[in-house]
Every structure is written in C-alpha cells, then in structure tokens.
Write a protein that binds this ligand. Structure first.
Ligand code: SAM
Length: 275
C-alpha cells in the first residue's frame, strides 16, 4: 500500500536500495510514518521553517517533516548508500530538500543556517546526538541560530538532559541544558518501533533556548561541574578543592557540606562566577 505522501512504503525503499542497517552507523530506522509524523509534530509548527535534519537514513522522518509543511529541509547523512533513496524524496518535493553527504559532527550548521526560523530534528545514534547537542549549546552566540531542537535519545540520556537538582540523573549534561534551555521529554518510543530494534527504550526530547540564561562563562561552568560531579558522592568542600574548596564555596554562599547533585543550575553559575 502506498503511503499518504504518494511515495512508496519505507520497507520497499529499503529493500530496493539495499539499505540493510549497519550497527557501526547506529542505524535503527523508523518505518512507521505515523510515528515519524508524531516525532516531527513534537517540533511544533513547521510553517515557513527551515529544518536541519541529521541522519535522515532512508528518509522516514524527512518525509514527515516535509509533509507537515517545512519550507525546506537540509539533511546531513553520513551513509552514501542512503543518497539515492533521499534523491527520490527530493524529486517528490522539488526545491525543498537538500542533502549533504557528510559527518554531522564536522558540519558547521550555523554557517549553513539561512535567514528565517530554523529548527533541528533528528533521530541519531545516541553518542553522536549527545555530542551534537553539546555543540549546539556551546559556546557560540546566544540566542542561537535555531529555534528548537527535537532529538531522539536513549531514554536514560533524555532523563539526564531534562534532570534538575535532587534527581539521580542530574549531572553535567543537566546543568548545561538547564542553564541555556527549557528541556522536556515529549514521549517515549519502544524498541519494537525501530528496524532493527535497539536494546533500550528511546525518548524524544524537545529543547528551546532560554531568552536570558544567567550570565556565566562556559569554560568556568564546565570546570565547576566537572570537578563537582567527578566526585558526586563527596561533599563539595572535598570535590572542589582543586578550584578553591571552602574559600570558593564561602564566596558563593554555598554550604561546603552539600553534594553536587543538590545544587541548582543558578548555584552552579554562581560558583563559576566566583572562580
Ligand atoms: N532518521 C532515520 C530514521 O529515523 O529512520 C534514520 C535514523 S538512524 C537511528 C541514524 C542515522 O544517522 C543513520 O542514517 C546513520 O547513517 C546516520 N548517521 C550516523 N552517524 C552520523 C553522523 N556522524 N553524521 C550524519 N549522519 C550520521
């Protein structure tokens, strides 16, 4: 049965182009176009928006983004085997899909960003996704070139992204994301939704930039969170010793007996600003 967008079903596309999933590229494809639409919808309205998609693969999510009305999709894919399948989608939506063959980790997205609103949507191998997320948050100009990030992660990584203080998942990633963004988990996706299924549950995380994040040096914040969470079970007077220990904590007005996971983002920024 043909899909609603008039393009062939993804199973047929994958078979015709010999796109057997490669583990080394973290390839777990979404073949259900209702689900890819749900992921794309988590990004909010796409009217007049240019979407950067990372890792389009056979194009299930790409098709959803285009069907939902994105003005343009600029997709970066590392696997050249996917390019013919993506070219068929580009033919179906003339002028609305540009595919760049390359490694997203080496792509200068800010330089490619056009005038007008930009959103980023991706279903990526989680290690690449985490690194890209950090790259999009650091160091750069603020507000950033993107309006939102809608990214699929292993659920455990998603929990670390949205975590606040006093949460077991709270750590360096939670502080960084909480500092510069409002982040929430949109919905979970079970392993069996993917081909082949990964071992764990995935989750879609949606992040939007904070208008006025606390003024703070990225490098200093990184130094503080690295030291504090490097020894997360220890009291801060111990874990922050290399950065000034009790004197630093006193200057920031923070009890030296507290542990890293009890500090709010605001308190971490205060410590960084006292360094
Ligand atoms: N978006 C498709 C979907 O939802 O079905 C594919 C998702 S699959 C989890 C990850 C995709 O990212 C694969 O197509 C893979 O080839 C691509 N990929 C892996 N590493 C990449 C990188 N460093 N840069 C760009 N694409 C990458």
């Amino acid at each position: 049965m043909a899909a609603l967008d008039g393009l062939p079903p993804l199973r047929e596309v994958i078979q015709r182009h010999g796109l057997d999933a490669r583990k080394a590229l973290g390839q777990n494809f979404l073949l259900d176009l209702n689900l890819t639409q749900k992921v794309a919808r988590a990004a909010g309205s796409l009217d007049g928006v240019t979407v950067f998609e990372v890792g389009p693969g056979p194009g299930g999510l790409t098709r959803a983004i285009l069907a939902l009305g994105a003005a343009k999709v600029i997709a970066v894919e590392r696997d050249p085997r996917c390019l013919p399948a993506l070219a068929e989608i580009a033919d179906h939506y003339p002028g609305r899909l540009d595919v760049i063959e390359g490694d997203a980790l080496k792509t200068d997205f800010a330089a490619l960003a056009p005038e007008g609103p930009v959103k980023i949507i991706a279903n990526l191998p989680y290690n690449v996704g985490t690194q890209l997320l950090v790259n999009w948050l650091l160091p750069g100009h603020w507000p950033p070139f993107w309006q939102s990030l809608t990214l699929m992660f292993q659920k455990e990584v998603g929990q670390r992204i949205v975590a606040n203080e006093d949460d077991d998942h709270y750590g360096r990633l939670g502080v960084l994301c909480g500092w510069r963004t409002n982040a929430h988990m949109a919905f979970d996706v079970p392993p069996q939704a993917f081909t082949p299924p990964p071992k764990v549950v995935s989750t879609v995380v949606h992040l939007t930039p904070k208008e006025n994040p606390i003024l703070c040096s990225v490098d200093k914040l990184e130094r503080v969170t690295q030291a504090a969470f490097g020894q997360r079970r220890k009291m801060l007077r111990q874990s922050l010793k290399p950065l000034g220990g009790e004197a630093l904590l006193q200057k920031a007005g923070i009890d030296p007996q507290r542990r890293a996971e009890t500090l709010s983002v605001e308190e971490f920024c205060r410590l960084a600003n006292c360094l």
